[in-house]
Design a protein around this ligand. Sequence first.
Ligand code: GLN
Ligand code: ZN
Length: 759
Amino acid sequence: MKVVSTAIGYPYIGENREWKRCVESIWNGHLTEEQFLSDMKEMRLNHLRRQQSLGLEFLTVGDFTLYDRMLDHAAMFGMVPSRYGWSGGKLDLATYYKMARGARDAVASEMTKWFNTNYHYIVPEYEGQPLQLTNNYLLDYFMEAKEELGLVTKPAIIGPFTFVQLSKGYDELSKASFYLKLLPLYAQVLQQLSDAGAEWVQVEEPALVLSLTPDDVKLVQFIYRQLAQEVPSVKIMLQTYFEGPSCFEELSRMPVAGIGLDFAHGGKKNMASLTKHGFPKEKVLGIGLVNGRDIWRANLAELAVDIKAVVSLSGVNEAWIQSSCSLQHVPVTVKLESDLDPVLKNALSFADEKIVEITQVASYVRDETWYGNRSVSESILAIQELARHKERKNEFVRELVTKVEPEDYRRPLAFRDRQPLQQKVLKLPDYPTTTIGSFPQSGEVKRTRKAWRNQEIKDDAYADFVKKESARWIEIQEEIGLDVLVHGEFERTDMVEYFAEKLSGFAFTKDGWVVSYGSRCVKPPIIYGDVQWTAPMTVKEVAEAQALTSKPVKGMLTGPVTILNWSFVRDDLTKAQVASQIALALREEIRALEDAGISIIQVDEPALREGLPLRKENWDDYLAWGVQAFRLATGSVKNETQIHTHMCYCDFNDFIEPITALDADVISIETSRSHGELIQSLKRNPYPLGIGLGVYDIHSPRVPSIEEIDSILDDSLKVIPKEQFWVNPDCGLKTRKEEETIASLKNMVEAARKLRQKQ
Ligand code: GLN
Ligand code: ZN
């Protein structure tokens, strides 16, 4: 059997985020276009050289981008929305970046989550326009690797089904003509690549792992029959990832030369499919077992055994040993992490280390040499050592978890009965107004925090600064006339990192960056040990703010599911187990806030909705533990204490049931993306607790008028009873400017006041 090592994609940001700097330099005018393009090319070639030096046999191009791959495809096919005023021909860089980031006269394209990852892609817009191949950038990338490095690579393209599925602007009717225009362009791209000497093309179809209708499957069959007919000379590796494909049987019969499967995330499903349907011997099987979504070192013995199992089950003649998905979802290399605990560091594996794992395991499979091999025993030892790490198993936490009783998930009284008790304490007017938590983080706030982090200013001076900023905003909020105030979150850069730094069980990398969208990178914390609350995390700031006003100040926490979903999580416990540890830690913090006299506590869960599994059949399980974790965190409070939660980033249409199950007294929810739909779904499915539908979009500097807010309030009042009604913006205000924030909130408060008068 032939065995080939390959990766589906490699991080393009570079180990020092040099890609980000380069992209931002052209935006700022610090680089000429020529210099920019040549720097980018150098990076691409370097990434290939690097993977080659790590021993990878078959290298991929087209995993690189100047901003986002979906945008690259839209640009390649001339799918440029008319508002950018492009007149055809080769797409210029300025228009490309306008599509990504907007311009004064044209709003940016929408951005949304790439499947269930924390990466966000640009949503291509189909306007019914004629499509054209503006520039086959994949051919450029293929040629430069061939000419400069003498490599015949595998270009990676996002498949037509996934591309259309993730685009917008078409309906069932225009979808057909969209495809009719698009498919010939795909064929042209493939033909040009084939003519230039590409033997294989990696056609990525992650959308095949979603729930598909029979019509979808027929469409996929049509697409690949068509491409095979038009370009018989190229071999297609039809690559799926993030789950097992929904239509394995049909896939295995398609006229493609190879099928790539993710065994790290769809292992069970894929094994079941292979058992049931077998695998066509003439096709290559891409075995994605090295996990591209986590950062943990693989047990090479287990990996080799698992791959052997797949190989013998499928009976293939050629297997590609590869990552489960693109490695862009993990940082570049562990090597830079000089400050990490050595035991933890030794058990980590980022992109470079994963590539080494791929090459090692490929050679074991090829030569049957894994047994007794040194790298195998090293990998096992590293994992065993981490398992013995003192942070890994905290007896106190383990015992705490076992002591959880069913009533710990429940507030003593139902909402209806605790609401009057809360009102007695809070004495809020009808239509109470509030904000989501953060206030503008001015240049001064950011500079001061940075200086403190660099130890240029002392702890006391920093705490003092935060306190003053918070006091200033308490005054501003009183002046505006808000009913429930916040301290403003000036001490936080990031809503997860802030808590992760204060809880035990978390570690932080120095350079463990991954792209979140465009040039924005994030450095997720690593949950490697048991999570324990050790000391109050938020009490000082909130209590200080509360001392300055007679209005209630909300305590502000990030919920267990959000902390979990925005971190890299240990893989020896289930997510549900880790979530309940975080929940118990937050429960402790909530108790501390209550003890400090705080009567409203908000636990944000913006990631609850976005963390939903890709396929509906797995939703219940996820929601069950997610909701339980929230309830475990908040269930211990007095009846008089009001629990708030907040959600955003998503469409909440049809999400009423899960948010009801949280049993939070009040939810504030982003609606700018789906106001109309949400109102409709609240009509069908009334929400029984307190709720504030965001009255204005905080992503824009625009100040909403009172009339605008009025009309949103009117709409919302049609589906939400007065006693449950709250008035708030869509989300936190940390990215906004002070003047616009104050002006917008004044209008919001005025609109609520008018509403009270009307009644
Ligand atoms: N309380 C947080 C804030 O206002 C919530 C942020 C979020 O929902 N993403 O910034
Ligand atoms: Zn939000």
